[in-house]
Design a protein around this ligand. Structure first.
Ligand SMILES: Nc1nc2c(ncn2[C@@H]2O[C@H](COP(=O)(O)OP(=O)(O)OP(=O)(O)O)[C@@H](O)[C@H]2O)c(=O)[nH]1
Length: 343
């Protein structure tokens, strides 16, 4: 049985949103934040890439809430300390949050996050309420080389949100459920489109089940080698992939020069299959006063115009995440440079 760090009776609940790259975590987060919950919410967003695009895409936080960016790594392992520091930081605020939402990176293994919240370093006024895994109904079987991670994201979740059901047929939904039934004995699942899930089944549900951490099968763990210097490794439930982020490569592109949206769309369509995700805010020549947002999930490309830049200097920032070794920086740099609109 996993040792449990006992939270304070009046502890602030925290929900973790997990799920593979592009599944719809930020969309769900925005749904929650725009919902009628009346809570002062602190938001922690973790992007694996060096630029936190998610922080740009999260809707305005109402009633004195706050957003903290954790970029350039994954909160389940290599930026774990930053996660602890961020939670301490929000808890030290004079106006403490009434709820905390953590959007993990799409490459995160939730078991590492859960262990962090159960560790001594975490303030005892935090209570892990639940881990929600967003599953992309359209892409669940894509990138089979990432299936082990996707399965771990499901296995350690207290509830699954089968998102993007608008993109698949009822038959495909049944196939996914049958596939899950074959692999998991018990799981809760709710179907959703654009993260449209009732708040009451997401917040303050008290579903976090630490016994899931004991259920990890030895087959899906990495080789826990002697040179591991992570003090957490003494923990018997610590069997998530160390440095699993090494399975991914990331690259980012930034420019102040305006881009042609059509050329960008074409370039995004032609990205190699081993690139799982691209996203960014775009300064375009088509509509220089408005932000465009680029979203690429697998082969699906979405490019739309959003709000005005406001007081900010228009600037393009794009992050790309793919399988390790799939990113040829020189080629990508050349391709994206061609997207710069002619003067
Ligand atoms: N058609 C459809 N598109 C969706 C749905 N949910 C999200 N999307 C789109 O999917 C893309 C990725 O959504 P995000 O919410 O950014 O996904 P994410 O899981 O936060 O992505 P990462 O943080 O990069 O892992 C965006 O273009 C969303 O608009 C859905 O239910 N249906």
């Amino acid at each position: 049985m996993t040792a449990i760090h006992q939270p304070h009776a009046q502890a602030v609940p925290l929900t973790v949103l997990t799920g593979f790259l592009g599944a719809g975590k930020t969309t769900l987060l925005n749904r929650i934040l725009s919902g009628d919950h009346g809570l002062r919410v602190a938001v922690l967003v973790n992007d694996f890439g060096s630029i936190n695009i998610d922080a740009e895409l999260v809707v305005g936080i109402e009633s004195g809430g706050d957003i903290i960016n954790l970029s350039n790594g994954c909160v389940c392992c290599n930026v774990r300390d930053d996660l602890v520091a961020a939670v301490r930081q929000v808890m030290a605020r004079p106006e403490q949050p009434e709820y905390i939402l953590l959007e993990a990176s799409g490459v995160a293994d939730p078991s590492g996050i859960a262990l962090t919240f159960m560790g001594e370093a975490m303030p005892d006024r935090i209570r892990l309420d639940s881990i929600m895994c967003v599953v992309d109904a359209e892409q669940i079987f894509a990138a089979p080389e990432m299936m082990e991670l996707k399965l771990r994201q499901v296995a350690f979740a207290d509830m699954l949100i089968l998102n993007k059901v608008d993109l698949v047929t009822p038959g495909e939904i049944e196939r996914i459920k049958t596939w899950l039934d074959d692999r998991f004995h018990r799981y809760r699942l709710v179907e959703a489109s654009h993260g449209n899930v009732p708040l009451e089944i997401l917040l303050s549900v008290g579903r976090f089940d630490p016994t899931r951490l004991d259920g990890a099968t030895p087959g899906d763990q990495h080789n826990h080698s002697h040179d591991c210097d992570d003090p957490e490794c003494a923990h018997h439930a610590h069997d998530h992939l160390h440095d699993h982020t090494e399975a991914f490569s990331t690259w980012s592109y930034e420019t102040n020069q305006p881009l042609s949206l059509e050329a960008l769309r074409e370039t995004a369509r032609k990205l190699p299959a081993a690139i799982y995700r691209a996203k960014g805010v775009i300064h375009s020549s088509d509509e220089p006063t408005r932000r465009a947002v680029l979203q690429v999930v697998g082969k699906r490309v979405d490019l739309c115009l959003e709000d005005d830049w406001g007081g900010r200097t228009p600037r393009t920032q794009i992050v790309i995440i793919g399988a390790a070794g799939s990113i040829d920086e020189a080629i990508l740099q050349e391709q994206f440079q061609k997207v710069v609109a002619p003067n």
